[in-house]
Ligand binder design. Structure first.
Ligand SMILES: [Zn+2]
Length: 353
């Protein structure tokens, strides 16, 4: 989950800031926007003088249409606690737009009351819709929404049963009659029971779901070079290995990149989800020692820093001259002893022979 903040400080709902009873929401209502525009900037924009304004604009891009929700306008009575959509780089993020202990104007009311207001006030958020046909985007935003719900459940002591859609809230007489986001879920054969089950999975990982001996908080030596923004992301980003800490374990054996690592060692830049088998407990034998004769594994063409190797390097006999970053990086040379070095390589890219 990428949780960021841009309060809608000019929105009348924020200005009134009616506190929830007990300073705590009673549950969660999930919405989707009913408009084909997945960009967060459509709804979320900082105003002049707002904290972190430039950083938020850099992240989201500028809304040139003046139709965002951070404004006070006659007849405009809409505000929610968060939006989930894409930033300017096309990455899925969550923006918290109203304090979680302030009532929002998200779902209107029904014959039995409203989840907007006390005593039933809930956290409500909008998922930005696209054309509702793109399964990759659907997977990404739903996973983000479920992670956000799990975060709120842990923070406020909810179970997944305290989560409903606007559609369900309307049927319960606690909101206006809308059908979001159930119609979107249905396009991909899903429903709110599926959504809640996914949140439940996040809250209570089954013990046999975690065949590894690893747990959150473990210090490990990461020997890979790619991390991902989510546990099932298709595309990764380059990073440098080294010592890191496990900060989350997400459905091992079921997700593509189940382990979230955060760098702790010098030079290491991993901060994202990584594959199983790309790290080992700190202190375990790393497999390489100064003096070892090594070569690149088939297909390796880049150095640890990402630079491209000259064409002869992948075929060359090399010697380990220094073991660095806890064993993740090796300084290698064509010479066993002379002060001549070829470069720094990832230990995971090398093999002894
Ligand atoms: Zn709605």
């Amino acid at each position: 989950m990428q949780l960021k903040q841009c309060y809608l400080i000019e929105n009348d709902c924020y200005k009134q800031s009616v506190k929830m009873d007990g300073g705590k929401p009673k549950g969660i209502v999930v919405h989707s926007t009913a408009a084909n525009n997945k960009t967060l900037k459509r709804y979320v924009q900082p105003v002049e003088g707002q904290e972190n304004r430039q950083a938020i604009l850099d992240d989201l891009g500028k809304n040139g249409n003046g139709n965002h929700w951070n404004q006070s306008k006659a007849g405009f009575q809409k505000c929610v606690h968060a939006f989930i959509g894409v930033n300017a780089a096309g990455e899925v993020e969550t923006y918290n737009t109203l304090p979680f202990d302030v009532v929002c104007w998200g779902c209107s009311s029904g014959k039995n009351g409203s989840y907007n207001y006390n005593p039933n006030a809930r956290v409500q958020f909008e998922i930005c819709e696209d054309d509702l046909q793109d399964e990759t985007y659907f997977d990404a935003v739903m996973r983000e929404a479920q992670a956000f719900c799990a975060y709120l459940c842990k923070r406020y002591g909810f179970t997944e049963q305290e989560i409903c859609s606007h559609n369900e809230a309307g049927k319960a007489g606690m909101a206006s009659t809308h059908t979001d986001p159930d119609y979107w879920l249905a396009n991909f054969g899903k429903d709110m029971d599926w959504f809640r089950q996914c949140v439940r999975d996040l809250l209570t990982p089954e013990s046999d779901d975690n065949p590894s001996a690893f747990k959150v908080g473990d210090r490990v030596l990461y020997t890979g070079n790619v991390h991902y923004r989510s546990a099932n992301a298709a595309t990764g980003y380059e990073c440098v290995g080294g010592e890191a800490e496990i900060t989350e374990i997400y459905r091992p054996g079921k997700s593509k990149h189940p382990y979230h690592l955060r760098h702790t060692g010098e030079g290491c830049t991993v901060f994202g989800y990584v594959d199983a088998g790309t790290f080992a407990p700190v202190g375990s034998p790393v497999g390489f020692a100064v003096g070892d004769r090594v070569r690149c594994k088939p297909g390796v063409t880049t150095y640890a820093g990402g630079g491209r190797m000259a064409s002869w390097v992948p075929k060359a006999t090399l010697y380990v001259r220094a073991v660095e970053q806890g064993g993740a990086v090796l300084l290698v040379s064509t010479e066993p002893t002379k002060a001549v070095y070829t470069g720094r390589v990832r230990a995971a890219d090398m093999e002894k022979f």
